[in-house]
Design a protein around this ligand. Sequence first.
Ligand SMILES: [Zn+2]
Length: 221
Amino acid sequence: MVSNEELAGLAHRLVQAAYPELAESEYRVRYGKTSAFASVSWENLHDGIDIVCNSSVKKWHEAALLGLLAHELSHPAQREGTTSEEGTDSDVLRRCLGLYLAVERLLAGKYEDHIVKRGKDRYMGYRTIRANLSQPELVQLDRLLAELRLIPRKAADRERGVHDMARRTLPDRTILLIDGLQVELEGISSSAQIEAIEVESTLVVTVDGIESLRLERTDSD
Ligand SMILES: [Zn+2]
């Protein structure tokens, strides 16, 4: 079990090693209430970045948590901020953290790419990430998988939750990126609790427990 302090320590190590643009930012990382594996929110980089991880990932190996945290840090770290899930995954690969992302995707049940936004966006699956790793990284990855006794395979129709949510608060609106789907909400305070859950193929967004948006998810995979 990775404690709250250890989780924050992992994020700190990542920033020190691979996110120089966030070195001056304040970031808070903890377990908390989120319907996704993790969610990240920020207004502007200097005011701080909040990352909340679902307590279900406490039992994940550190390597997978590094992958999850790297994806979340890459949302605000990209110059354009919230862009796409594929762009965010590519940003993680560019920072040479793909090995961790590969382990995370196995634990998140994404062996193949997870197509979202009607094919316009995707989370890279284990197989795609692996294809982008260098030979030394592959050696390291295979050593890690052996140690974890993790056998890469397609998950058998696992329950599909939301992977993550990025939330950017602007003066006049809040931009949410939920599994690659961008939605904007107005009149939401930065302290409001926003949750996204998938009910059958419908994505339901709630603000402080009240349903505020319902979107049909027609992506196929
Ligand atoms: Zn994301």
